[in-house]
Design a protein around this ligand. Sequence first.
Ligand SMILES: [Zn+2]
Length: 113
Amino acid sequence: MKPVAYLLAILLGLLGIVFVGGSQGSPLRIVVGIVFFAAAGALVWLARMQPAQTTHTIVQKIDLSGDVNLQDLTCKSCGASLSRKSISVAAGAVLVNCEFCGASYQLEEEPKW
Ligand SMILES: [Zn+2]
């Protein structure tokens, strides 16, 4: 989504240059060119606003999948099924503390999720 927004911004900027550059003193074309520049600026601004929202969504997804897939989780050290008290969520990361073998590690996102 982001590269598309920047590409559109560049295109709008180029259109703005064409209109202002080829205005030949016509005020209407200068105004249209300025509108294109403003649209290009707004697109870049929107594209820069996006990363914060994306990070937020990813954190929420990790929390959710940690709860949903809890019954299928097994310790990667000893293979025992892990119960809810073996799992803790800290700062968006799922931490496993196996109650059977004492293994402690951070759960990484797996393809089956
Ligand atoms: Zn274990």
